[in-house]
Structures are given as C-alpha cells and as structure tokens.
Design a protein. Structure first.
Length: 259
C-alpha cells in the first residue's frame, strides 16, 4: 500500500502512470529478491488421460500470495507446459520457450515483479510410462494444496492408485523397496543400531539379530512396500498391491518447503 501511495504521489495522481511506475519498480526489485527465502507455495498437478502426469512445486514467500488466483493459475499453467514439453530437468524447463520470445524463466520474473515476492519452481516430476494417478492434500482449507503424491502403476487401476497416493502423502516414504536404500545409508543405520545396542549393554552374541531387527524397522519406516497400509495396518502396501495384482513403477512425494 505504501508503494502504491508513493507511486501515485510521484505520478501526480495519474493512475495509469502510477501503475507503470509500479511495474518498473517491480522489475527492478526482482534481483533484490533472489536471495530471499521462498518457504511457502503450493503443489500443483496435471494429468493427461492418465497415461502421463506432472506434479510441480511452485514456491513463494508468504501464504498471502499462495492464496491468490494469479499464483495458482501460474502453477497450473507451468504444470500443463511440463506435461506437453517434457523437459529433462529444471534448467531445461526454465530455458524453454513458453510463448513467442518468452522463456519460463521470463514468466517467473514477470510474476516476481507483479506479485512483489520471490517466485520460483522448486522441482517437478513427470511420469509417462504407465497408469498415473495423483493426490493433493490441503493442511489448511483456506490455502492451496501443500502436499502431493504422484504414483505410476504398471496397469490401469484408479482405486489402487488413489489409495496408494493418499498413503504416500500421509506416511512420507523415501524409497520404494529396501533394495533402493543407498549402501551408505544402510551402513549408517547398521552402525547406529549396533552402537546403540552396545551402549544398552546387549550381549555380543545377540548383536547381529538386534541389528537386523532394527534395520528391518527402519525399512518399515522409509520403504513404501514395507510400510503398513494407513487404512489397514495389518497388511503392508506390498501385500495390498499383491492382492490387487498391481505393481508400482515409481512414485514422488512433494511437501511445500521440504526437500
């Protein structure tokens, strides 16, 4: 409001000239905002006939901007653009031509100038090898979705895809299977489990079994197929998929502000 008042004063009360001054000021301030923290935003998605889908995190500085129609439309437009253009990574997306003579990076700079905040695409995923479903979750009904899960199955099954996507959004798995856990991560878990058991005074001969049990507990926490299904904790997600003759090819989970 202060910026608007100053622009009107500088323009001598001319609204059109004041609006132009604000646009110029906004563009000049884009670079100043580059180092600021964009910890808010939303997760958007775009599905195309379920054979490919996109999930994208668009970040801003405040909830106020995240709630605006302009910000949400920008996220939807870029997600749709990714679905069509299929860029390899974020750099390729930002450099891609969005419209005549305008790149996606230019589009974000314009949003940055007009909305007065740092606006950035933090990440995106595009799946297109199987049957794709998505689930978006709002932690606050007054705000746009802040968590999203994108799931790709080996065959069409809307119900299973939706159930698994909701589970992923709720339970935050990191890996699909135990085999996907990197060797260094597994070594750290084994070492911590062993050292903790020693500190607890466990007998030497019992350590291998204790370590194995604690590592298996770690797998149940971080591996999707090992996790108890959120709707029925007597069965794992892996068992649920087997019951329905379904296989997960890959998944992604985004939460605003988290890596």
């Amino acid at each position: 409001m202060m910026d608007c008042k100053k622009a009107l004063e500088e323009a001598g009360g001319d609204f059109e000239k004041a609006a132009e001054l604000l646009r110029i000021k906004g563009a000049k301030d884009v670079g100043k905002r580059a180092g600021r923290n964009a910890a808010n935003g939303l997760v958007a998605a775009h599905l195309a006939a379920t054979d490919h889908g996109v999930m994208l995190e668009l970040a801003c500085e405040t909830d106020f901007v995240a709630k605006t129609e302009g910000f949400q439309s920008l996220a939807a437009d870029v997600a749709s653009f990714v679905a069509v253009k299929n860029p390899a990574d974020l750099d390729e997306l930002l450099a891609a031509e969005y419209s005549a003579g305008k790149s996606v990076r230019d589009l974000l700079d314009e949003a940055n100038a007009s909305m007065g905040e740092k606006i950035e695409i933090r990440r995106f995923e595009r799946f297109g090898d199987g049957f794709v479903t998505v689930y978006l979750h709002k932690h606050d009904p007054a705000l746009p979705p802040s968590v999203g899960a994108l799931v790709e199955l080996d065959g069409e099954n809307e119900e299973v895809g939706k159930n698994v996507a909701q589970h992923i959004a709720a339970m935050s798995p990191t890996y699909l299977t135990a085999d996907d856990v990197p060797a260094d991560v597994l070594e750290t878990e084994e070492r911590v489990a062993r050292e903790k058991a020693i500190e607890e005074g466990k007998p030497e001969q019992a350590l291998p079994k204790i370590v194995e049990g604690r590592v298996n507990g770690f797998f149940k926490d971080v591996c999707l197929l090992e996790q108890p299904w959120v709707r029925d904790n007597k069965k794992t997600i892996g068992a649920y998929l087997n019951e329905n003759d379904a296989t997960i090819l890959r998944f992604a989970r985004f939460r605003v502000g988290q890596s």
